[in-house]
Design a protein around this ligand. Structure first.
Ligand code: CTP
Length: 401
């Protein structure tokens, strides 16, 4: 996992809500991502999770009280907020939203939020019953937070601890982590729309068999995630993978190369896209004589004869459109990467082609890339795929400015 939050000090404020149980996991995830987490809890939060648990998970003393004498100058609201790169309130109760909207300072957490320098971002993750969320007073207060520049994360809709269903569920720990990381990424693709393909395709032989390849989709999903972090509006068109639905952008699932081609063309004709990135390992052929029924093993000599037909080349067709987005191709090779990558970029007629060695990347968490453009090639050394994806997005953003 990339230590994207290395060197970042995060004040993590907990207020009263059942969703406190999710914060144990978030605290560990923030620590794994390299952050130094300083937990501050309201009295109500201690009803739901103990300071002992939060201290053990964060590795730091937990602060509860604005008169905490452990701080040398007895001003924890100043010291904690000056030291922070980011303040996150999760869960953020209805009452705490009200306090933030009105600048209340009646406990340590609310006071340090008001005392924070304007340069310290404040993110809040509401968690409450659906009626409390929909209450006009809450909605007024949430609108006030947004207009004050406070980032409101979620909430989501779903089953609630009280037994009711609707808006007000706090985001899950992994979604909060994604939002926190995104909040520190430069918004190099703000206002841009990206269409990205990922994963393998699957070409049926019959209803229970088919031809596919070893692509896991990890690189394409990581690039889509990095583009979302950079502020882009992202649509991911994915072949069959074991990866979970991404958070923050939409995914369209397809099976065959023809379906992927159709989905790409529908997207391009219905929405303007600034950039198209073809990360998918698209099958070059499909079985032209695929059977509607399972092919039976009748006898040893009766072998099925498969006939292959060429699939449409999605990338080359997108690049040839009269008004084409900025096109980025991938090349999965098994040898001669520099030679094949240079030739493939010209053949597909794209400004940027990303080369990698297929069997050294498919299914793995790490990779190394070679970027081919009109000026030659650049090497992005071995790293985890999320780190490489962020580097690639920075390269693309710089080229389309
Ligand atoms: N690609 C595509 N449609 C296809 C085949 C490939 O859009 N039918 C895209 C891939 O998503 C990738 C690029 O083309 O961005 C290169 O894919 P690759 O399989 O490496 O190249 P091919 O054109 O298939 O050439 P070859 O298999 O001969 O290396």
């Amino acid at each position: 996992m990339s230590k994207r939050l290395a060197g970042k000090k995060i004040v993590l404020g907990l207020t009263g809500g059942v969703a406190c149980y999710k914060i144990a996991e978030l605290t560990r995830a923030l620590g794994k991502a390299g952050a130094n987490v300083q937990v501050v809890m309201t009295q109500a939060a201690t009803q739901f999770i103990t300071p002992v648990t939060m201290q053990a998970l964060s590795g730091n003393t937990v602060y509860l009280d604005q008169w905490d004498a452990r701080v040398a100058n007895n001003m924890p609201h100043i010291d904690l907020s000056r030291d922070a790169d980011l303040i996150v309130i999760a869960p953020c109760s209805t009452d705490f939203i009200f306090k933030l909207a009105h600048g209340a300072c009646d406990d340590l957490l609310s006071t340090l939020c008001v005392a924070r320098p304007a340069s310290v971002p404040l993110l809040v993750a509401p968690a409450m019953n659906v009626e409390m969320w929909q209450n006009p007073a809450t909605q007024r207060n949430v609108a006030q937070l947004k207009s004050d520049g406070i980032q409101v994360l979620g909430p989501a809709a779903g089953d609630q601890a009280c037994g009711e269903t609707g808006m007000g569920r706090m985001l899950e720990a992994d979604q909060l982590l994604a939002e926190i990381i995104a909040s520190i990424e430069p918004k190099t693709l703000a206002g841009k729309r990206l269409l990205i393909t990922a994963g393998p395709t699957f070409e049926p032989i019959d209803p229970v068999r088919g031809i596919t390849n070893l692509s896991s989709g990890k690189m394409g999903y990581a690039i889509a995630q990095a583009a979302w972090e950079a502020g882009a509006d992202v649509t991911l068109i994915s072949g069959p993978t074991a990866l979970e639905a991404p958070y923050g952008f939409s995914r369209i699932q397809v099976q065959t190369a023809q379906q992927m081609y159709d989905a790409v063309m529908v997207q391009l004709s219905s929405n303007h896209s600034d950039v198209f990135i073809g990360v998918a390992a698209v099958a070059d052929w499909h079985v032209a004589n695929a059977s509607d029924q399972k092919i039976k093993k009748t006898c040893d000599t009766d072998r099925p004869q498969l006939q292959f037909a060429l699939n449409p080349d999605i990338l080359a067709n997108v690049a040839a459109l009269p008004v084409a987005p900025y096109c980025v191709g991938f090349a999965a090779e098994s040898e001669n990467l520099l030679q094949y990558g240079t030739a493939k970029r010209l053949k597909k007629n794209v400004p940027l082609l990303v080369g990698n060695i297929g069997h050294a990347t498919f299914g793995k968490d790490e990779n190394e890339l070679v970027l081919f453009d009109a000026n030659g090639h650049t090497h992005l050394p071995r790293a985890d795929k999320q780190t490489l994806a962020r580097q690639l997005i920075a390269e693309i953003a710089a080229r389309i400015q």
